[in-house]
Write a protein that binds this ligand. Structure first.
Ligand SMILES: *Cc1c(COP(=O)(O)O)cnc(C)c1O
Length: 466
């Protein structure tokens, strides 16, 4: 562990000059990542039983795997493996594949099948795992002068997503990632853009857009000079209507040194300051599944340094079996976020993709967890909305479970929708204790369709509610 001389954190100060104080970390750790071929080189993994290691190898030939020393040494409690939440969050587990898929790959590895065959098997299995949920590839790609812009998505009026090409990996991969298909080297499954120019031109032509969400992967894997190019492009005078620049990142969990001791950490914070000084909100959209991720000195320091630039940090995460499917964990997570000045934002339902079978939690249970966790935070924490499903038609929140005219129902609403007039309209689904996604729900009161469904089908050619 390299954090030998971390300065004890004093009270947070709004003075941005604080970020210059050296040295924050005596010997800055070097980033070292491990992926499938290096699995057995991780000493803590080498100490696990052979059967477990083999299972991990099998799964990591199908689903993306990448982890680094900080996660291994400071976030995972190896005495609690395999049940440790951060181990579940980053390391492949047997149950992440169906028996059938697992056996197919296990077989091939046991008979030492050639690489090309392993690849074919992996591709077939992946194709069964719904690599692009909620019609992302077909429905959300924006066009400029008739040309599709592949590194962008524009689903909701006010917000454009941008996927910079150098930001399409992460410091470590999440086992439940809904963008996992982007990390397996299949060009066809990837959307990324090298073009800040296209982004600026597109935004200039869309005055209704107020928010740009730079996402990935994780844009914070980029060097500062690359991030800087994109952020500076967004300060173009033609883009006065862009008020909020969001950055979606898991780096506070996986590599907080990015903001503390990496060579270009201070430069990065300077760029954040510049965005804020230009009159935009820099919204740092962080991702914390478990309070453990907010427990080290270095993450505390990283949070403080980001906040000192004037950026605002919000937190969102999916609810996942094996990692955070209880109210106590969420309550502790939100309380810790508030203590660090982070604003709780969204609780998501795990999407229908990848290893979903391993992580999914019924909607009814998700709602109870949200409700119970929320009961014991102050109003400052009740900014968090959820549980929310990012489905084809929009983000659908489970607002409650109740009885209407003698029928037990889910009360639902869109918090975001393809059609803005769907937003905030309450609607009802028949209660179903097993349902895990919108497409499994039926309208309440014997109705044929949900209120938005005919329009969704007609306008977007949709045939389901995934
Ligand atoms: C969630 C999401 C957004 C942002 O929605 P907010 O409710 O404004 O945070 C934008 N685009 C897509 C495709 C999304 O899934």
């Amino acid at each position: 562990m390299n954090l030998v001389a971390l300065r004890k954190s004093g009270p947070s100060s709004a003075d941005p000059r604080r970020i210059l104080e050296p040295p924050l970390v005596a010997s800055p750790p070097r980033f070292k990542a491990y992926s499938t071929p290096q699995l057995d080189q991780i000493p803590q993994v080498a100490a696990l039983p052979e059967e477990q290691r083999f299972a991990m190898r099998v799964v990591s030939h199908v689903l993306p795997f990448r982890v680094n020393d900080y996660v291994i040494d400071q976030l995972i409690d190896w005495t609690r493996v395999p049940n440790d939440p951060v181990f579940q969050l980053t390391f492949p587990q047997r149950g992440m594949l169906t028996e059938d898929h697992f056996d197919r790959m296990a077989d091939a590895l046991r008979r030492q099948a050639p690489r090309s065959e392993l690849k074919t098997i992996a591709q077939r299995i992946r194709a069964d795992l719904n690599p692009h949920p909620a019609g992302q590839k077909q429905l959300n790609v924006p066009r400029l002068d008739g040309e599709a812009l592949p590194g962008m998505q524009h689903k909701y009026d006010e917000t454009v997503l941008f996927f910079p090409s150098q930001g399409q990996t992460c410091h470590s991969f999440c086992t439940f990632c809904f963008r996992w298909a982007q990390f397996i080297g299949d060009k066809d499954l990837k959307f990324a853009s090298a073009e800040a120019d296209h982004l600026v031109d597109y935004l200039a032509a869309h005055p209704e857009v107020t928010d740009v969400l730079i996402t990935g992967g994780d844009p914070m894997v980029m060097k500062t000079r690359n991030i800087e190019a994109y952020l500076d492009a967004l300060l173009d005078p033609r883009l006065a209507h862009i008020q909020n620049i969001r950055i979606g990142s898991k780096s506070l969990t996986f590599w907080p040194y990015r903001y503390v001791s990496d060579r270009d950490a201070d430069d990065l914070l300077r760029v954040f300051e510049r965005v804020v000084a230009a009159g935009k909100q820099l919204a740092f959209m962080a991702h914390f599944n478990h309070p453990r991720e907010l427990g080290t000195d270095v993450v505390e320091m990283a949070v403080r340094r980001i906040r000192n630039t004037g950026a605002v940090i919000r937190a969102q995460a999916p609810l996942l079996r094996h990692i955070n499917d209880d109210a106590e964990t969420w309550n502790a997570n939100w309380r810790r976020q508030l203590q660090l000045g982070i604003i709780p934002y969204y609780m998501f339902v795990e999407r229908d993709t990848g290893a979903r079978c391993y992580f999914e939690v019924p909607l009814a249970r998700a709602y109870e967890i949200y409700r119970d966790a929320l009961r014991h935070v102050t109003g400052l924490g009740r900014t968090v909305r959820g549980p929310s499903m990012s489905a084809g038609p929009g983000k659908v929140e489970i607002q409650g479970i109740t009885e209407v005219a003698g029928e037990k129902v889910f009360v639902l609403r869109f918090i975001q929708a393809r059609e803005s007039h769907w937003v905030q309209q309450p609607f009802f689904a028949a209660y179903d204790p097993e349902a895990t996604w919108l497409d499994k729900l039926r309208p309440a009161f014997g109705e044929e369709k949900f209120f938005f469904q005919a329009e969704y089908e007609a306008k977007y050619g949709a045939t389901n509610l995934k």
